[in-house]
Design a protein around this ligand. Structure first.
Ligand code: HOZ
Length: 430
């Protein structure tokens, strides 16, 4: 059992100066209850909190730390780069190298624009798709999350689903009216929306593997079907690869699933742990971005040298060592199989979804293939599971509506320990 006296003190103090005590809502543990753990340092597969407890990490900063924490080449590169200035606000050769590296890894990306977060990447890609097509509406899927720009906060996953927020004050009806939603994995609903709104839909946004309602893989034919609809209707297909980009393969979900997007958004892994996002795609579309075209988009810290060197070093490592992906898959499969056995005596039906190095557990008696299924699972039991794991040093996402991210730093022993703890989590007498 861990003690967290210091985290409790810090949380009480944080709530006086930071709304809810955190800088991103899900971190507050509001839905699972209890006190968020304040972290002090991390290395490899482990994080250490303010009370000195060690945790095996399955969040990995919500995805970026694919090679584990404090990955030495990234840390060194950042230290060296910082000595040459932390920001110029002017172009650098490193930005060209970063763009060239991304283009060499990602299919269908002729040009790329760097931003500072996944939210910015998606917001900018939507504006670009609208500017390019001259249309206003777009389709997104229930339970998918594309950052917190107003237009995307309709039936969103992640924290919006975790806190069951139905209407978001501040998001105007005028903005939401152009957001159409369909259930994930439901092509028929998409076709129906496209028929009803013919000629007015600029884009379809999709997480090619959903990770903001737990992990929900696409059913066979779903992404291919979206591609076909987009081709028929002149709609821009946008893959939100903020989670899947450079995680599922060097070329992300596009490569792994063999479906081409028109625009792709990135975040998380692309920054190597620093705040980076990007959007890219076909030149025909990207050339509409300012200053080449008139679709305006800008950022003082876009292409920031420290962020670029961290991202570049991370992506280069992944590109040069493609065996990492096989290793990640094997580790995640080993964890999956172990959890199946460990939870078999927990007294509740459960579903483990896995794709590549993304995985999640839902306490449900039916397949979890869309948001409705994820929402109808026994999420109170998930909360109990979460706390039992946390108390034994296993750090899971504090919500059933988030995916677990596996890092290459995890050892077989770490996974075995996780499986052993999971076996006792809901069944302490075991
Ligand atoms: N939006 C992130 C997960 N889907 C949560 C980010 C955070 O709280 O750090």
């Amino acid at each position: 059992m861990t003690t967290n006296t210091k985290s409790k003190e810090l949380f009480a103090r944080a709530q006086r100066s930071i709304p809810g005590g955190v800088n991103s809502p899900v971190r507050a543990f509001k839905s699972v209850g209890g006190t968020p753990i304040f972290m002090e340092r991390a290395r490899g597969a482990y994080m250490y909190d303010a009370d000195g407890n060690r945790y095996i990490d399955y969040i990995n900063s919500w995805g970026p730390m694919i090679l584990g924490h404090a990955y030495e080449p990234v840390v060194k590169a950042v230290q060296e780069k910082a000595m040459q200035s932390t920001s110029f606000g002017a172009p650098t050769e490193l930005e060209i190298e970063m763009a060239e590296l991304i283009i060499s890894m990602a299919p269908n990306v002729d040009m790329v624009r760097m931003v500072s977060s996944g939210t910015e990447a998606c917001m900018s890609a939507l504006r670009l798709a609208r500017g390019y097509t001259g249309r206003n509406k777009f389709i997104k899927f229930e339970g998918c999350y594309h950052g917190h720009a107003d237009a995307f906060l309709v039936k969103a996953g992640s924290g919006v689903a975790t806190f069951n927020i139905q209407t978001i004050p501040g998001v105007t009806a005028g903005v939401s009216i152009d957001t159409l939603t369909a259930p994930y994995n439901d092509l028929e609903s998409v076709q129906k929306l496209v028929n009803e709104h013919s000629g007015t839909i600029a884009a379809i946004f999709v997480e090619p593997v959903a990770g903001n309602m737990g992990c929900i893989p696409p059913e066979p034919g779903f992404l291919e079907g979206l591609r076909k609809i987009c081709d028929q209707e002149g709609i821009v297909l946008v893959f939100d690869e903020v989670m899947t980009g450079f995680r599922l393969a060097p070329g992300g979900a596009q490569e792994r699933l063999g479906v081409n997007a028109d625009l792709v958004t990135y975040g998380k892994v692309i920054g190597g742990g620093l705040p980076v996002g990007a959007f890219g795609g076909k030149k025909e579309i990207m050339q509409h971005i300012a200053p080449l075209g008139n679709v305006y988009q800008a950022g003082t810290l876009s292409g920031n040298p420290i962020a670029m060197i961290a991202g570049y070093t991370m992506l280069k490592t992944l590109k040069d060592n493609p065996g990492i992906y096989k290793e990640l898959d094997e580790k995640t499969e080993y964890l999956h199989k172990g959890l199946e056995g460990a939870l078999s005596g927990c007294g509740s039906p459960f579903v483990i979804n896995r794709f590549g190095s993304m995985l999640s557990v839902h306490f449900s008696d039916k397949p979890v293939n869309n948001f409705a299924a994820a929402a109808s699972a026994n999420n109170n039991l998930f909360n109990q599971f979460f706390h039992a794991m946390l108390n034994s040093g296993i750090y899971l996402p504090p919500s059933a509506f988030e995916t677990w991210f596996i890092s290459a730093a995890l050892s077989k022993e770490d996974i075995d320990e996780t499986i052993e703890v999971a076996g006792k989590a809901l069944n302490p007498s075991r």
